[in-house]
Design a protein around this ligand. Structure first.
Ligand code: ZN
Length: 63
């Protein structure tokens, strides 16, 4: 059930005025591997180093 709490300030309904970035990346770690994920559904292959995952994410976002 998801109607336990209604928090109107949590998220703007539908089309808000705040510009949400299309690509929000984060690094997920699993054991000694890390993988870059993006809010758009993209994800990088698992890397041994978090630094490489960060680079994957940076390349994806074009930074
Ligand atoms: Zn993306």
């Amino acid at each position: 059930m998801e109607s336990e709490r209604t928090d109107p300030a949590a998220e703007p309904p539908g089309t808000g005025t705040a510009p949400t970035p299309a690509h929000t990346t984060r690094i997920a770690e699993k054991g000694s591997f890390s993988t870059a994920h993006c809010s758009c559904g993209w994800y990088a292959p698992a890397r041994r180093s978090r630094d490489k995952s960060r680079r994957d994410a940076a390349q994806h976002t074009g930074q």
